[in-house]
Write a protein that binds this ligand. Structure first.
Ligand code: SF4
Length: 210
């Protein structure tokens, strides 16, 4: 059984795949915060702005099998497209639910599979694009992938903790909130001093698209 908060078709807003048409599948639940405001002060990850509780978002629900979920995901891709559907599993923490059966079923449907994870839980084999976004002082289990995207600043997760890891891309993304413009300047300054890192903006928020 897979519990999904919401599914929608949009453009990826962040990081190396920014601008790419994508089907987002947001799983319910995270291992670093309950998602309830009253628990935020004891959360490991305390700056989250995502609603990942329940299955009541747009097109959310419970799916008994990987086949059921894949059949539903396929309906979001334009019929006439010759491109493989690009599915981004996110959350919450997708590694709590994304299993080998679902990755394999996605591939048998001809999907390209991406994941955005906090990196603290093991992932199934064969995911086509792995984006790890470390949080606070958590220990990474996923220490390699295609993209490491770090929300900045996090006092317990400075960029130099991760720069030796074997990722293809290293992104810093300004923490959202009232001080975002100040953090954006901080990220720009950091990237200019440390060219391994690139600026990631949350374009979907800047443009006001879902
Ligand atoms: S790890 Fe991600 S989903 Fe979980 S609380 Fe932090 S930002 Fe939110």
């Amino acid at each position: 059984m897979y519990s999904v908060k919401e599914i929608f078709y949009s453009l990826q807003g962040e990081g190396a795949q920014s601008g790419r048409p994508s089907i987002f599948c947001r799983f319910t639940g995270c291992n670093l915060w309950s998602g309830r405001e009253q628990d935020r002060n004891k959360a490991v990850c305390d700056f989250c702005d995502t609603d990942f509780i329940g299955t009541d978002g747009q097109n959310g629900g419970k799916f008994s099998t990987a086949n059921d979920l894949c059949q539903f995901l396929a309906t979001f891709w334009p019929d006439a497209s010759s491109q493989k559907p690009y599915i981004i599993f996110t959350g919450g923490e997708p590694a709590l639910q994304l299993d080998q059966a679902l990755v394999d079923q996605c591939h048998s449907f001809g999907f390209e599979v991406a994941v955005e994870t906090n990196g603290t839980k093991p992932l199934p084999e064969g995911i086509d694009w792995v984006c790890v976004s470390p949080k606070a002082d958590t220990e990474l289990v996923i220490e390699s992938g295609h993209e490491l995207k770090l929300v900045y600043p996090q006092s317990l997760a400075p960029p130099d903790r991760f720069e030796h890891l074997p990722f293809q891309h290293f992104y810093l993304q300004p923490m959202d909130g009232p001080t975002r413009s100040m953090f954006t300047q901080d990220v720009i300054n950091y990237c200019l001093k440390h060219p391994q890192w690139k600026l990631s903006l949350q374009n979907h928020k800047l443009l006001g698209i879902d």
